[in-house]
Design a protein around this ligand. Structure first.
Ligand SMILES: Cc1ncc(COP(=O)(O)O)c(C=O)c1O
Length: 448
C-alpha cells in the first residue's frame, strides 16, 4: 500500500489529480498512514471528530447496541436506545428552548428536513403562502440541491445553477474582518437593517424561515456575530412571522465551548440542526430539534410529519448519539475543553498575526480560522487563480498538519482561509504542537 491516485484507485475520488495517503489508524489527535507517517488532525477532517480517534469505550458502546438489532423503520417502531438518546439531547436543548428530536444521516439532509418542517408548520398553522427562505452570504448549509440553494456560496452554485431553487432570499453574514462599519458598536444594526429591508421588499407573508449559523463556520473562519445581533434578528423574525433555523451542524455539539453555539447569545431559535460533532465522526448521524408546541400544531392539523427517509431514527445512529452525549457528560468534556481552547486560540493569534500574509485570526472554543491576504493594509485577497488556501492546506498536509481550506469568502470569488477544529480532548502539549507546526508551515510556504 502507498499513496494512491485516480485511476489506480477504484474509489471515485473527489480529487482526481492528487495522490491521497492511506490512513490505517488514528489515536487521539493524530492519524497515521501506511508508511508510519503521523498527521496532527487540527481540523478533525471537515470539523467532525470532536473526540479525536480510537476512543474504545465509545465505540464499544455503539457496537454493543448494533449487535442487538440492525435496523428498524421509524414509522413502525422506536427503540429504547433512540428514546434514551432523545431524552438526553432534549434535556440539553432546553437551554435553547427546544425539545423534540428527529435524526437523519447528514447535515445536508437535516437542513433540508428542517426547512421542510418550517414549511409544513406554516401550512398547518393556516399560512400556505409562506414558502420563501432567507439565508446569508457567505454561508454554507450543505450540498444536496435545496441545501445548496440555501447556501451563500456563489462559486459552488455556478455548475448547478439551472437546477437550484429560486425562492431563496439573501442577506449578509456578520463577518468582522470585512464589515464596512465598526463591527462591535454598529454591526448588529447594520446587518439587522438589511434583514428587515429584504423582508419588507419580498412580502413577509410569503417568507417561511431564516437559516443561519449562530457562529459562522467554514464560510468566514469562525466569526461570532456582534453582541446584540441575535436580539435584533429575533425581534424582526417575530415581528414578521419568520421561523429562525440555527444551523449548528459545524458550530454545535460542543465545538464552541457550549453544547449549542446559540447559548452564547441567549438565542432561542425555532429549529436547531446538528451533525458532525453529534456523531464525533463515528457513524453518519445528524438531527433537527424543534418545539413540542410546533409538533402539537402539526398533530392537530395534517396529523403527521411529511418528511421521511429510510434511516430516520435508525438505532445504530441513535446509539452513536447516545454514546457521544454520555462521553461528553461523564468526562466533563466541554467544561475541561474551554481552558485549552482559549490558550490555543490566543497562542495562534499571537504567533500567526505577525505573519505578513495573515489578515486575521478568529474563532471561539475549539474553532479557529486564519484568513490569508495579499495585502494586510488594504485587506486585498489573493486572486482566486492562485489557490492560496488550497495549496497551503496541501503543503501543510505534506508536513503532517491537517487543515480545512476554504475560499471565496471575501467577495464571492476571491478570499482564502483555513479553519481548524481539533478534538475537544486536545491536551495543552498537543495544542502547542499545533501552533508550532502551523507557524512553521506559514513561514515555509510563503517564503518558498
Ligand atoms: C454549517 C453546515 N451546515 C450543513 C453542512 C452539511 O453537512 P453534510 O456535509 O454532513 O451534509 C455543513 C457541512 O460542512 C456545514 O458546515
Amino acid at each position: 500500500m502507498s499513496a494512491i491516485h485516480y485511476p489506480h484507485s477504484k474509489t471515485l475520488l473527489r480529487q482526481l489529480s492528487r495522490e491521497l495517503p492511506q490512513i490505517t489508524h488514528g489515536k487521539g489527535i493524530y492519524l497515521f498512514d501506511d508508511s508510519g507517517k503521523s498527521y496532527l488532525d487540527a481540523s478533525g477532517g471537515a470539523l467532525v471528530t470532536t473526540l479525536g480517534h480510537g476512543l474504545e469505550t465509545l465505540i464499544d458502546s455503539i457496537t454493543h447496541q448494533m449487535k442487538r438489532v440492525s435496523y428498524v423503520n421509524g414509522t413502525q417502531f422506536t427503540t429504547p436506545i433512540t428514546e434514551m438518546a432523545s431524552q438526553k439531547l432534549s434535556a440539553r436543548a432546553q437551554a435553547i428552548g427546544l425539545d423534540q428530536v428527529a435524526y437523519l444521516s447528514s447535515g445536508s439532509e437535516a437542513v433540508e428536513a428542517a426547512l421542510k418542517f418550517a414549511r409544513q408548520l406554516w401550512v398547518d398553522r393556516g399560512f400556505p403562502a409562506k414558502h420563501k427562505v432567507i439565508s446569508r452570504t457567505p454561508g454554507y448549509h450543505g450540498n444536496t440541491l435545496y441545501a445548496l440553494s440555501a447556501s451563500g456560496r456563489p462559486h459552488y452554485k455556478t455548475l448547478y445553477g439551472p437546477m437550484l431553487a429560486t425562492n431563496i432570499l439573501n442577506v449578509k453574514t456578520p463577518y468582522g474582518y470585512r464589515c464596512p462599519v465598526d463591527y462591535e458598536t454598529q454591526g448588529a444594526e447594520f446587518y439587522a437593517q438589511e434583514l428587515e429591508r429584504v423582508v419588507l421588499e419580498n412580502n413577509p407573508d410569503t417568507i417561511a424561515s431564516f437559516i443561519f449559523e449562530p457562529v459562522s463556520g467554514s464560510s468566514t473562519g469562525g466569526w461570532s456575530p456582534p453582541r446584540t445581533y441575535f436580539d435584533r434578528v429575533t425581534e424582526i423574525c417575530k415581528k414578521y412571522g419568520i421561523l429562525m433555523i440555527a444551523d449548528e451542524v459545524l458550530c454545535g455539539s460542543g465545538r464552541t465551548g457550549k453544547f449549542f453555539a446559540s447559548e452564547h447569545f441567549g438565542l432561542k431559535p425555532d429549529i436547531a440542526v446538528l451533525g458532525k460533532g453529534l456523531n464525533a465522526g463515528i457513524l453518519p448521524v445528524s438531527a433537527f430539534i424543534v418545539k413540542s408546541s410546533a409538533v402539537d400544531t402539526i398533530k392537530n392539523a395534517s396529523g403527521n410529519l411529511q418528511h421521511a427517509q429510510t434511516y430516520m431514527h435508525a438505532p445504530m445512529m441513535t446509539a452513536t448519539v447516545n454514546a457521544v452525549l454520555d462521553y461528553l457528560t461523564e468526562h466533563h468534556v466541554l467544561e475541561n475543553s474551554v481552558a485549552v481552547g482559549n490558550v490555543w486560540r490566543n497562542q495562534l493569534k499571537e504567533r500567526l498575526s505577525r505573519h505578513p500574509h495573515v489578515g486575521c485570526v478568529t474563532g471561539i472554543g475549539h474553532l479557529c480560522g486564519v484568513e490569508f491576504v495579499q495585502n494586510k493594509v488594504t485587506r486585498e485577497p489573493f486572486p482566486i487563480a492562485k489557490k492560496t488556501a488550497l495549496k497551503f492546506a496541501e503543503f501543510a498536509l505534506k508536513k503532517g498538519l491537517i487543515l480545512w481550506p476554504n475560499y471565496g469568502q471575501a467577495d464571492g470569488t476571491n478570499g482564502d482561509l483555513v479553519i481548524m477544529g481539533p478534538s475537544l480532548l486536545m491536551t495543552p502539549t498537543e495544542a502547542q504542537a499545533c501552533v508550532q507546526l502551523l507557524d512553521e508551515c506559514l513561514q515555509d510556504f510563503f517564503n518558498s
